[in-house]
Design a protein around this ligand. Structure first.
Ligand code: ATP
Ligand code: MG
Length: 154
């Protein structure tokens, strides 16, 4: 269900950012985009879905008056997309389970945020369907960074 075609990844990120910007503003979170022009081989609708899930998480799991950064650049014949927040972070022991279906860290804490725990499992599935990779790096009380590697269009 992934139809890969040459896709302007900075345009994808800008569209997703535009959709979430009002909710970021409501929470006084600054969304900072640092985008180089990069063409990936991908399905634009699916890639928007990936970006929306990561941005929604950054929004949900961050306090007001923090910054969410999105970087896009090329590195060693791959596109690199990085979503970095200054949110609550994830314990090292939980990081390995984040991409499992229905997994949510500390159910009591996240009960109010109304999610299902499916977002990241969908993200990982879609990234892998693009022959890409996703990694996560996090520190409790400092923040979380998701990094996606995707094939370039050419
Ligand atoms: P939804 O299905 O609505 O996305 P969800 O956000 O709970 O629900 P996932 O997106 O799969 O589900 O995330 C799984 C869990 O990983 C979250 O419940 C949260 O505990 C943790 N998590 C995800 N992103 C972050 C983040 N940026 N900072 C801190 N914790 C995060
Ligand atoms: Mg989510």
């Amino acid at each position: 269900q992934v139809k890969a075609q040459p896709t302007d990844m900075s345009a994808v990120i800008e569209r997703a950012a535009g959709m979430i910007q009002p909710r970021m503003e409501d929470k006084a979170i600054l969304l900072n985009l640092q985008l180089e022009p990069v063409e990936v081989l991908g399905d634009p609708d699916r890639l928007i879905q990936v970006m929306m899930n990561l941005l929604a998480n950054a929004l949900t799991y961050s306090a007001s008056e923090t910054t969410v950064e999105v970087h896009l650049f090329k590195e060693q014949e791959e596109a690199v997309i990085r979503v970095k927040d200054q949110g609550i972070g994830v314990e090292t022991s939980e990081i390995g389970r984040l991409f499992e279906r229905f997994y949510r860290v500390d159910r009591a804490r996240s009960r109010n945020s109304g999610g299902t725990g499916l977002g990241l499992s969908i993200v990982k599935h879609l990234v892998e369907a693009h022959h890409g990779k996703i990694t996560v790096d996090s520190e409790v009380g400092v923040g979380t960074t998701f990094t996606i590697y995707l094939p370039l269009a050419s």
